[in-house]
Design a protein around this ligand. Structure first.
Ligand SMILES: Cc1cc2nc3c(=O)[nH]c(=O)nc-3n(C[C@H](O)[C@H](O)[C@H](O)COP(=O)(O)OP(=O)(O)OC[C@H]3O[C@@H](n4cnc5c(N)ncnc54)[C@H](O)[C@@H]3O)c2cc1C
Length: 429
């Protein structure tokens, strides 16, 4: 099946929803696709316990005339079209303009014990919990860096988990300096206060890192180090995330230029969110971590641009610049420090898909050499986790991705329709 849209938007998070709604309001025929079963992206992921926030409901309600394609994953690009895996089979979608609103993922950094059952990302555990994973009564340690730790802790607590502590790796000076800056961002300050109120009684430590997770069949104890020394804490679940990195793999496949500063690449765009490829725009976290407000305003700018309304887009630029400054503030105060970079030992698994240790990568010049010799990065995640961690640790810059972007059915790769039950034939390269 081949279908054509005036404007095709990849990613139905806050940026993609705004882009699709804006382009459709200009009369464009718009397709909005997402790999997930529901629109909302990461921050507005459906929570089984409560209705979506008002902003999310309004963004979805504004999709008049938009063809919302849920459970549609873009896995490759073919001559100006996108190859998409659908619940029924596959489709080729063509477009006049394309908006990439592919968002971000968590930065996971290896440490001894990080592959034990019960250890996950902080946003990862938050996502599982929202989708109904039972955490009631479980003792959870949350660690890593950035405000997502508080958001994850609040979700877990609301679902009945006992959050025994939040361990922020950034120093007390850095976190306090960030908190003082929040005075210039009243909405953000209010959000932070509301989260702290929901987490009343939960210890929130700074300059504190998880060094080791212990347990036979699952995590039972975590070793935590701060300025006062090392302590062991009993727990049932450990959730560790070191902030976010942009999802740029689709942009890379399309040939869009990336900006590699400072560590993890983001899609390079001009002021009006044009990528280096004609008729391809990018918005939200894919262009660099900026948070919800930046994603929404950039989505609207991209929607205007993709439907040919540059003047309306320009009006929004001051608002966008302000929202982006908040992302820069986060990056400055919560970047993972050298203690975190030194946690993995030569015996620590770095590529959990292919069981490759950090020590096994010694002596390779770049990610490609290491991949060919050790299979590091060849598994189901296609290097999204290990390749990103290795870049953060200063070992190798992340190598270029290749299709399929996600595990896909063989029939999808062949461009054939197939039945949804044909999952046995899933493949990766
Ligand atoms: C795990 C996690 C949890 C978070 N929780 C919070 C929170 O609680 N509070 C908060 O303020 N911020 C949170 N954030 C930050 C949040 O990502 C941003 O503030 C905001 O959601 C960014 O919006 P976006 O539209 O740019 O991207 P996203 O919301 O990430 O949306 C991107 C969408 O693109 C889709 N997509 C990507 N690639 C493809 C493809 N190839 N094919 C099909 N679909 C694709 C994804 O499925 C996703 O739905 C979280 C981030 C992560 C990674």
């Amino acid at each position: 099946m081949t279908e054509r849209y005036d404007v095709l938007v990849v990613g139905a998070g806050p940026a993609g929803l705004a882009a699709a709604g804006t382009a459709a309001a200009h009369g464009a025929r718009v397709g909005l696709l997402d790999a997930q079963p529901r629109a909302g992206g990461q921050v507005w992921r459906h929570d089984v316990r409560k209705p979506a926030p008002r902003a999310a409901r309004e963004a979805i309600a504004a999709l008049h005339g938009v063809n919302l394609l849920a459970q549609h994953s873009v896995i490759a690009s073919e001559d100006g079209a996108l190859r998409v895996e659908t619940p029924e089979g596959s489709a080729l979608l063509t477009y006049g303009a394309l908006v990439l609103a592919t968002g971000a993922r968590e930065l996971l950094l290896p440490f001894p014990g990080w592959t034990l059952p019960g250890v996950s990302g902080a946003g990862g555990l938050q996502a599982l919990t929202k989708q109904g994973w039972p955490v009631a009564g479980k003792r959870v340690v949350i660690a890593g860096s950035g405000p997502l730790l508080l958001a994850a802790a609040a979700t877990l607590r609301a679902h009945g988990a006992k959050v025994v502590g939040i361990h922020e790796q950034a120093s007390p000076d850095s976190v306090h300096a960030f908190a003082r800056q929040l005075l210039h961002w009243p909405a953000r300050a209010a959000q932070a206060l509301s989260l702290r109120a929901r987490l009343m009684g939960v210890p929130y430590r700074f300059g504190s890192i998880v060094r080791h997770a212990h347990g036979e069949d699952a995590v039972r104890v975590v070793e935590i180090e701060d300025a006062h020394g090392t302590a062991c804490v009993d727990c049932d679940l450990l959730a560790v995330g070191y902030g976010l990195v942009p999802n740029v793999e689709l942009a890379q496949l399309l040939g869009c230029a990336l900006d590699h500063a400072p560590t993890h690449p983001h899609v390079q765009v001009d002021e009006l969110l044009r990528t280096s490829v004609p008729a391809v725009f990018a918005a939200g976290e894919a262009c660099g971590i900026g948070g919800l407000a930046a994603a929404r305003i950039e989505g609207a700018i991209a929607g205007h641009m993709a439907s040919g309304h540059a003047d309306e887009a320009r009006v929004l630029l001051p608002e966008r610049d302000r929202a982006r400054r908040f992302g820069a503030l986060l990056a400055r105060h919560f970047a993972p420090g050298s203690r975190v970079h030194a946690l993995a030992t030569p015996q620590t698994l770095i590529c959990r898909c292919e069981d490759v240790t950090l020590g096994a990568l010694d002596g390779y010049a770049d990610a490609r050499d290491a991949k060919l010799a050790t299979r590091c990065g060849m598994g189901a995640c296609q290097g999204r986790i290990c390749g990103t961690a290795l870049a953060e640790l200063g070992r190798f810059p992340r190598g270029a991705g290749r299709p399929p972007l996600f595990p896909a059915r063989l029939a999808t790769l062949a461009g054939l329709a197939t039945s949804p039950s044909d999952d046995a034939s899933r493949s990766t390269t």
